[in-house]
Design a protein around this ligand. Structure first.
Ligand SMILES: Nc1ncnc2c1ncn2[C@@H]1O[C@H](COP(=O)(O)OP(=O)(O)OP(=O)(O)O)[C@@H](O)[C@H]1O
Ligand SMILES: [Mg+2]
Length: 290
């Protein structure tokens, strides 16, 4: 068993936009909470997709105290506050039990601050670990203070990806950044794995490398394996494939629901649950091995 409130930090990142970082953060963290794990999400993307999807109407005043004003006035549930040691911090509590520190685009201001703020962030996260089993950080495809901060506190990196070339390059870049920050600041950080977020499955009964995907996507998957192998990771690091289902995620997002809430029997809902169980198993094995 993972110790209660041992507070593992999981970064969701890929140096390519639109690869389903935000939706998968939402699905996996929701499943964790449903499995009885106390879960916190932090929105680290200045496009604030996670925050906007979580609060499709008006943002809570705890995230933006002065929504109509011209000044930046982050509240106690804004991720910005985590970069100081003396601010009031209090996440928003969601009806499903998860907690969230949201963001508005002003979170980008952190990237113009002296890098010391990264260590203040670490101090805040280390205190928060006591209250949660898992802390998820939805990150942006940029190398900046926010990315460095997430990797300085992270225990595990998960990389959602598509199979096309740009996303595969994003996987490689994300791994390079991770290894660089790991070496310099956070030797405990580990690459937990990658998962394909919109797999166009042709035949569920065929083997993965022989007919499961189209010939082009099968070749793309081989090339993803090569990117992993170049960095000494095995094919096992591809944890799973989530099926592409027309309109499903879009509809769930429009209703501010997870895919599992919107359509519990759908392939992606079931696949995300299997992925969550696999992630928990890998983390348990890792913590026991230590
Ligand atoms: N299983 C799926 N099948 C089909 N479409 C999907 C699936 N999962 C997610 N999508 C679609 O993929 C789109 C991108 O997802 P998301 O916004 O989570 O990506 P992102 O990596 O966070 O993007 P950004 O870089 O803009 O933050 C969503 O609009 C969603 O509708
Ligand atoms: Mg996003």
């Amino acid at each position: 068993m993972v110790d209660k409130h041992a507070g593992k930090v999981i970064i969701i990142g890929n140096q390519k936009g639109g690869v389903v970082k935000t939706q998968s953060t939402n699905e996996i963290s929701y499943n964790m909470q449903q499995m009885g794990k106390k879960t916190l999400m932090i929105d680290f993307d200045s496009t604030s997709g996670l925050t906007e999807r979580t609060f499709p109407g008006e943002l809570p005043l705890t995230i933006d105290r002065d929504p109509m004003g011209n000044s930046f006035s982050p509240g106690s549930a804004h991720a910005f506050q985590l970069f100081f040691t003396d601010t009031e911090i209090k996440p928003e509590v969601l009806p499903d039990g998860r907690h969230i520190f949201g963001s508005t685009n002003e979170i980008g201001e952190i990237n113009y601050r002296p890098q010391d703020c990264v260590f203040d962030f670490k101090e805040r996260i280390d205190a928060l670990r006591e209250q949660y089993d898992f802390i998820f950080i939805d990150s942006a495809p940029d190398y900046n203070n926010l990315l460095i901060a997430s990797h300085v506190v992270g225990d595990y990196l998960l990389i959602p990806t598509l199979l096309e070339k740009g996303s595969r390059i994003g996987v490689g870049k994300q791994l390079n950044y991770m290894q660089r920050i790991k070496k310099n600041y956070n030797p405990g950080l580990q690459f937990l794995g990658t998962y394909i977020t919109q797999a166009g499955v042709q035949s569920y009964s065929q083997p993965l490398l022989d007919g499961y995907l189209s010939p082009v996507e099968t070749e793309n998957l081989r090339r993803l394996y090569e990117i992993l192998q170049e960095r000494n990771y095995s094919e096992d690091k591809v944890l799973t494939l989530i099926s592409w289902v027309k309109n499903l995620a879009k509809e769930a997002i429009e209703l501010a629901m997870t895919i599992r809430e919107y359509s519990p029997a759908s392939k992606p809902a079931v696949q995300y649950q299997e992925l969550t169980s696999k992630i928990l198993r890998l983390i348990e094995e890792d913590t026991h091995g230590k």
